[in-house]
Design a protein around this ligand. Structure first.
Ligand code: LCS
Length: 393
């Protein structure tokens, strides 16, 4: 079925799917590592790209293709590349597009490992990087050098929920001929489509809102055109960070309810944010739906909703954070985000506990910072859980 002209919610259900010989209503799982060629010549044609027959699951597979085509339609891009994880996507992008002597400018509050791998490992191969607060476009302009090749942003950022101006980033990148990359994990294409703003590449930790059920780890990249798609695809294949057919099936299944989940999650998040903002033990709340968010107007302009992710600062600092973590009963004390279940974490005592306080605070990780991924449970239960937890502080 042609799905290009369907609405977003219809695409979630039908895009990327293909008809098999049995009329299966869902995309079948092709759980095979390899595919039989019809002849030696057919094999040669497949390898040469003259025939689009399947070869080997690290290279291509019908179930994974279905997800890649679905992602390309959701992000309004040329083609998708499914990866074993979000970090597989990050590395496929860095490794294919940056070389010795190149420089990258990126968001300071980017997801930690995306920065660690660049500063600790790509630096060993001569790739330079500068991390700035991309909420202020002037910081980006100042960080650009003669050898800058890529502008890599994450918005809203993890875990600070800072919002970067997509339109401004593209404007700056065009002035300096930079490749633009957006990590769209916190939004999913339900809320934001960076390629529509002119970005070259968008990617996701598909583990999060897109899959939505906290039961797989995966990544997906969508490229604007063939020129940028080809090298990234080739790198994913040679790095071997391909998705598995069963994983792809799970994501295709989860994505069908993306809009319904996101609508409920953000409706709940708005109520949680409003509740927390009034709470005497909370210093501040960062949620793009609150007028107090520093980039509230920008979020209204470039996102079609405000999402399910909230950060807030407890007045009681480290101990208050630990107490809340040890007291919640409904929200699961866990990393990751974007699932149907509420997930809560306290970076200073958990994910960033090995960093010293000064470096932590420089990346926006204050002692009392709590990150809350608001699930789709009944709002009264979510609020009651927070209330009893905050009472213990
Ligand atoms: N980008 C963002 C914004 C993320 O939040 C994550 C994972 C990744 C990339 C990497 O994706 P992965 O390889 O895990 O699929 N974020 C996590 C988090 O906040 N807690 O645990 C993982």
């Amino acid at each position: 079925m042609k799905t290009k002209n369907l609405g977003f919610d219809s695409k979630l259900i039908h895009a990327g799917a293909f008809e098999d010989q049995f009329g299966s209503a869902t995309v079948p799982i092709y759980q095979t590592s390899t595919f039989k060629f019809k002849s030696a010549d057919h094999g040669a044609a497949c390898f040469a790209g003259d025939d689009d027959g399947y070869i080997y699951t690290r290279i291509n597979n019908p179930t994974i293709d279905a997800l890649e085509n679905l992602m390309a339609e959701l992000e309004n891009g040329y083609r998708g590349i499914a990866c074993s994880s979000g970090m597989g996507a990050v590395n496929s992008i860095y490794m294919s597009l940056l070389s010795n002597g190149d420089h990258m400018v990126s968001t300071a509050a980017v997801y930690g490992p995306s920065r660690v791998v660049m500063e600790k490992h790509y630096s060993r191969f001569g790739v330079e990087s500068t991390y700035v607060d991309t909420c202020n476009p002037e910081n980006v302009r100042k960080a650009i050098r003669a050898n800058t090749k890529m502008l890599y942003i994450e918005t809203p950022a993890n875990p600070t929920i800072d919002v970067t101006d997509l339109e401004e980033m593209v404007k700056i990148a065009r002035e300096h001929n930079l490749i633009t990359v957006a990590d769209n994990t916190f939004c999913s294409p339900f809320l934001q489509k960076p390629l529509d703003f002119g970005f070259d590449l968008v990617f996701h930790s598909i583990t999060k809102f897109l899959n939505g059920h906290a039961d797989i780890v995966g990544g997906a990249i969508v490229a604007k055109d063939k020129k940028i798609y080809d090298p990234v695809r080739a790198m994913m294949i040679t790095l071997g960070c391909n998705m598995d057919p069963h994983q792809a099936y799970m994501v295709i299944r989860g994505i069908k309810t993306l809009s319904l989940r996101m609508e409920r999650s953000q409706a709940n998040a708005m109520k949680v944010a409003e509740y927390l903002e009034k709470h005497p033990k909370v210093k501040w709340v960062k949620y793009p739906g609150l007028k107090s968010h520093p980039q509230y107007e920008l979020a209204q302009k470039q996102m079609t909703g405000t999402g399910g992710m909230i950060s807030f600062e407890l007045k009681g600092g480290l101990n208050a954070g630990k107490t809340l973590m040890n007291s919640v009963k409904l929200a699961i004390l866990a990393v990751s985000l974007g699932g149907v279940e509420s997930l809560i974490q306290h970076p200073a005592s958990m994910t960033h506990s090995k960093m010293d306080q000064q470096s932590r605070e420089k990346s926006g990780i204050t002692d009392g910072l709590v990150r809350f991924s608001v699930g789709i449970e009944n709002i009264d239960d979510i609020l009651a859980d927070l209330e009893q937890g905050l009472d213990k502080i």
